[in-house]
Write a protein that binds this ligand. Structure first.
Ligand SMILES: [Zn+2]
Length: 367
C-alpha cells in the first residue's frame, strides 16, 4: 500500500519544496533588481580605471534633524530682504562629494547677510547605501530623484522613495530664487554647469567664473523633468535660476574643493553674502549641445581617455567605436567640445555630448 497520500515519496516532496524555494528566491531577486536599483552597467577596462574612490564619504547623520521641518534640510534666514538661495548635494547617492561640500559649508558657520540660505542633502537614503567596492551603484534607491519633477509628483499611486522625498521638498523648492544643485560626473576634467538657455540663467552663470564650461540644450530625447527644469526654473519668463553643476569626477578628492569654491562664488553672486560678487577674468565657455552620442547596441569604446571639455577642432575626428560592429563615431562639426564622458553606462544610455559655443549657434537659443 502506498503511504504517500499525494503520490509522492518523502524525498520527492522535499525536492519539490526546495525547487519552490529556489523559484521564490529567483523571483524575489528579479523584483528587487528591478525595484531597488542595482542596474546593470556596461563597463570596459577604461571604466574600471575610474573606480578608485579617493576619500571616505562623510558622516551626515548629525544633519538629519534639519531646522526646516524636512529631514536633512537646513534654512537660515537673515531677517533682511533678499532672495532665497539653495545649495543641494547628493541628489544622486553615489555622488558623495556633494555631502562633503555641504558638510564644509555647514561647519563653516556660513550665514546670509540678506535673504535666506538653504542647505539640502537631496537623497540621504541612497547616499547611506554608498559602497566603495561598487561606487557606481546606489545612484538612487527606487528611482532617479533628478527625473521625478514632472508627472511623478502628482501621481499618488507612485510611492517610490525618491518621489516621496521630492513631494516633501517641493514647497521649499518652489520658494527658491536661486538653486545650485551640486553633482559630480563620471569623466575627469574641469567642472561643467547645465542650465536653462534663458537669459536670466546665462547672465548669472557668466559671473560664476569658477565654472569653465556651461551647457544648455536638451540632454536626452526621452527625458523626464529634472530639478533644474522644475516650476519657476523652467519658466522662461521667471527670473528664478537653477544651476546643476558637475563639479569634477565622482570620486576624485579635487571635486570637493572645486564644488565648495563654486558654491561660495554662487552665493556671493546671488547677493546673499558679503562681499558681493567678486569675479575673476577667468574665461568661461557657454555651449549648446549639437549631438548626444547614443551608441546602438549599447557597447561603446572610446578611442582615447577623453576628459570633460576636450576640444575637437575638426569635424570628423574619431571619438570611439560603437556596437558589436565597432562603427566609428566622429565629431559632428568643427570647433566642438566633448562634454561629460560616460564610463559606467546603462544599456541604451548616452556616452556624452558634443557641444559648441553659443556664439556659433542660432540666436533663438537665448530666450
Ligand atoms: Zn548626479
Amino acid at each position: 500500500m502506498n503511504a504517500d497520500p499525494f503520490g509522492l515519496s518523502a524525498m520527492s516532496f522535499l525536492r519539490c519544496i526546495d525547487l519552490y524555494r529556489t523559484i521564490c528566491l529567483f523571483v524575489k531577486q528579479i523584483v528587487l533588481a528591478g525595484k531597488t536599483c542595482m542596474p546593470t552597467f556596461v563597463m570596459d577596462e577604461l571604466s574600471k580605471s575610474y573606480m578608485q574612490v579617493e576619500y571616505a564619504p562623510v558622516e551626515i547623520s548629525a544633519y538629519e534633524e534639519g531646522n526646516s521641518g524636512i529631514p536633512f534640510v537646513w534654512t537660515f534666514d537673515s531677517e533682511r530682504e533678499g532672495p532665497h538661495a539653495m545649495v543641494c548635494g547628493i541628489m544622486h547617492g553615489n555622488e558623495i562629494a556633494g555631502a562633503a561640500i555641504l558638510d564644509r559649508l555647514m561647519r563653516s558657520g556660513l550665514r546670509p547677510t540678506r535673504g535666506k540660505l538653504t542647505f539640502c542633502f537631496g537623497n540621504p537614503e541612497a547616499y547611506e547605501r554608498f559602497d566603495t567596492d561598487e561606487p557606481y551603484q546606489h545612484r538612487y534607491v527606487d528611482t532617479d530623484i533628478n527625473r521625478v519633477w514632472g508627472a511623478e509628483l502628482h501621481d499618488e499611486k507612485n510611492q517610490d522613495r525618491e518621489v516621496l522625498r521630492a513631494r516633501r521638498l517641493r514647497p521649499l523648492v518652489e520658494s527658491v530664487d536661486y538653486l545650485l544643485d551640486i553633482h559630480t560626473m563620471q569623466g575627469r576634467g574641469e567642472p561643467v554647469a547645465l542650465v536653462q538657455g534663458k537669459r536670466a540663467a546665462l547672465s548669472l552663470i557668466s559671473k560664476i567664473t569658477k565654472i569653465p564650461f556651461v551647457l544648455t540644450g536638451k540632454m536626452h530625447q526621452a527625458d523626464r523633468l529634472r530639478l533644474r527644469d522644475f516650476s519657476q526654473f523652467g519658466d522662461p519668463d521667471s527670473p528664478a535660476v537653477a544651476i546643476q553643476v558637475e563639479a569634477g569626477q565622482h570620486w576624485e578628492a579635487g571635486a570637493i574643493d572645486e564644488g565648495e569654491a563654486i558654491a561660495l562664488q554662487f552665493l556671493e553672486c546671488v547677493g546673499i553674502l558679503d562681499p558681493n560678487c567678486t569675479t575673476s577674468e577667468q574665461s568661461q565657455k557657454q555651449l549648446e549641445i549639437v549631438e548626444i552620442v547614443l551608441p546602438e547596441g549599447g557597447q561603446f569604446e572610446y578611442a582615447d581617455d577623453f576628459r570633460n571639455g576636450t576640444f575637437f577642432p575638426k569635424k570628423g575626428t574619431l571619438l570611439g567605436y560603437a556596437g558589436p560592429t565597432r562603427q566609428e563615431v566622429r565629431s559632428p562639426v568643427d570647433n566642438c567640445y566633448f562634454i561629460m564622458p560616460v564610463h559606467f553606462r546603462l544599456n541604451g544610455g548616452s556616452c556624452g555630448r558634443f557641444a559648441r559655443e553659443i556664439s556659433n549657434a542660432p540666436s533663438d537659443l537665448i530666450r
